[in-house]
Design a protein around this ligand. Structure first.
Ligand code: NAP
Length: 249
């Protein structure tokens, strides 16, 4: 049993991308958390969590703003939310979208799709969900980014679309954080790097990951919820890794 530190409970949490490797582990960890009252789990395909569960499932497709705004509207009577955890994202998709090894692989359609899922969709989620965050107490909007979105940390090159779409996400989160501070001084907006996690997103790229550095989704979820618990007002707009260290811009 865990409890998410430094919030005034009981907490209402929305998880977007709840069907993913990390997203579903976050939902499970929140189910076990003693100070979480309700979890609203959004994904493209609605999952049945059972009537006894504190999880309510909802539909959300990042490619359709109407579905994002409807998802947010469906929570109005359950608001305020104390945590919005965006766990969606895309690195590859069958043969038509693979991370680029060289600029020769750049394909405008694949690039556009990466930005739609990794930058624009999350921005629209922020647009519709930030107004639901609790006021006058700690509340957090956290989106899964990736260390490869750091411009100063880019030593290897490659993965153009994924890197750039995550850098764009980080800039969007910083910009949302500035406006959010004016409207809701106790609310935070951050990016998170989950580590290298054994999910369908990382499967083709796990060779070469040092032993002990490939986390299970449950391990990563526990680290990330602990990082969220430690966040303070000065942290809004930044990106943090699973171990609590700041990822440079
Ligand atoms: N795994 C890692 O090692 C790693 C490392 C660094 C960063 N990350 C980041 O962590 C996040 C989660 O990754 P993961 O490893 O858990 O990947 P995953 O298992 O592939 O999960 C991806 C999630 O994104 C959702 N998604 C994709 N397109 C969507 C759309 N149009 N509308 C709504 N949801 C959509 C998927 O929904 P469906 O189930 O409907 O497809 C799924 O829930 C991503 O942002 C990723 O960049 C992961």
């Amino acid at each position: 049993m865990i409890s998410i530190q430094s919030f005034d409970g009981p907490l209402n949490v929305a998880v977007i991308g709840a069907s993913g490797g990390i997203g579903s582990a976050v939902v499970s960890a929140l189910e076990d958390a003693t100070n979480v009252a309700r979890i609203f789990a959004f994904s493209r395909q609605i999952r049945n969590y059972g009537n006894a569960s504190k999880v309510t499932a909802g539909q959300l497709d990042l490619l359709r703003e109407e579905s994002i705004s409807n998802a947010a509207k469906s929570l109005k009577s359950s608001a305020p939310l104390h945590l919005v955890f965006l766990a969606s994202g895309l690195l590859h998709q069958s043969t038509e979208m693979q991370p680029e090894k060289t600029w020769n692989n750049l394909d405008p359609t694949a690039m556009e799709h990466a930005f739609k899922i990794n930058s624009i969709g999350p921005a629209l989620v922020a647009k519709h969900f930030l107004p639901l965050l609790a006021k006058n107490q700690k509340s957090v909007f956290a989106a899964l980014s990736a260390r490869v979105g750091s411009i100063s940390d880019n030593g290897l090159g490659g993965w153009y679309s994924y890197r750039a779409s995550k850098s764009a996400l980080n800039m969007l989160l910083k910009t949302f954080a500035i406006e959010l501070a004016r409207q809701n001084a106790s609310a935070l907006c951050v990016g998170l790097h989950p580590g290298t996690v054994d999910t369908r997103l990382s499967k083709p790229f796990q060779r070469g990951v040092p032993p002990g550095k490939l986390f299970t989704p449950a391990e990563s979820a526990a680290y990330l919820l602990s990082v969220i618990g430690e966040l303070g007002p000065e942290d809004s707009g930044k990106v943090f890794a699973w171990d609590g260290s700041e990822v440079p811009a």
